[in-house]
Design a protein around this ligand. Sequence first.
Ligand SMILES: Cc1ncc(COP(=O)(O)O)c(C=O)c1O
Length: 472
Amino acid sequence: MDSNSQNIPTQSEEEVLKHLRSCLDETSEDQAIYFRIAAVLSSKISEGYFEAGEWLPSHRSLARSFDVNLTTITKSLNYLKDRGVISAQAGKGTVVRGRALDHTPPSYDVPDVTPEIDLSVHTQTLDAVKSILQDGASEFFASATSEIYSYYPAAGDTHSLDTARKWTRLLGFEETESSLAVTAGAQHALLIALSACMQRGDVILAPTVVYQGLKSSAKMLGLGILPVQIDEDGIIPDELEKSLRNPRVKALFVMPNFDNPTTITMSKERRAAIARIAKAHSLILIEDDVYRPLATDDLTSLRRLYPEGTFYFYSLSKVITPGCRFGILAYPPAFANAVATASRGSVWMPERYSLAIARWLIQSGAGREILKITRKTNVTRHEIARQILGPQLLQTREEGNIIWLPMATEAQAKQMKDRLAARGVGVSASDVFKIGENGQPDGIRIYKSSAKNEDEWRIALRTIASQFHQMN
Ligand SMILES: Cc1ncc(COP(=O)(O)O)c(C=O)c1O
């Protein structure tokens, strides 16, 4: 909502009401008014504008300010009460309990009807990869079976850490040479990083449209998220500086390579500017690099520029297969204990069979082979997309597995998604990635890796192209 909101205890009630009223304009007019008012109040609570224990303005004042009747305000407040965000105290008013609400449903909800060609989420579909994994199955199951009888250190045992280092070297990623933890995938690494360096009520900054898993973890941990404007090179340094005036801001989530969903890969200059600002303000960076193993050139990271303040992670999901829950997290050494605690307190230890698959993949060379197949498939599919959608729509790097198709407005992006769903093609629209209501850019995200083969990919692209041209 308001990216520069501060906790302002000295504001008069009139100023508070005026501010709340102005936030209503940023909510979507497609929603019922009681829900929009509830959304304004809950996001003000999550941003820390209202703190736990603080009293909300009276029903009557809220009704006057939002220009609605008392029944509507009661409905809004009941909505928040039912979810434990506020509580009513007879004769006294409404007090904030302090829990944040996120009105965006997680995007991996199973849709009512699964589209025939579901490109809304990454899936490993390649027969060549499946047969490599099937051939190795007896080996990795045998190796895990002898190890499933015991616990092991929360952030990874010697075997798993060796596996992580071997993969790190194979990819040429020096970022993960030291202070390493093995996690159950990148989402788990993200959760650990957030839990290790932030506390309930702290705020994380993120691009206006962002990987939805960040929103889920932040919600779970009671963290506020505030958006930072982006341009075609990612987070705008001046906008980042402005957001740092809010003393609750502790960290920035960033994907300098193959950003999800926008596919932006930041220039060297932009990385340097972001790292410089982060260093100057002791801002912690949470750097998600899940797609970088797809690159064939030596893309760098923010962790290389600012190792003492950056949590950095990636996993096997996007380059090998998502069901193998193996992630690698490099953290600033000062956070070693906090990382071990967060790992222990979340899943204790990644699951053994996934670790065994990862070890086999990395030691046998099968992982490298699958990576090559995945890159080659992505490049071939990119070329097909270039032919069918036209080159002007594809600004993204060809090895990446996402395509981001820009649309003028959120409504158009949603309409496009609905039209495609009705024709059997699943994609994601920008609304699920947004923080606040008015973020830009808008578009649809397409996982090119998720089509079962090139014929299916062509069918999906022709459907997308025809709908896109009808709408433009
Ligand atoms: C940007 C980003 N980070 C993290 C993840 C989660 O990856 P994992 O399957 O390793 O938990 C995803 C999955 O979609 C992602 O797109």
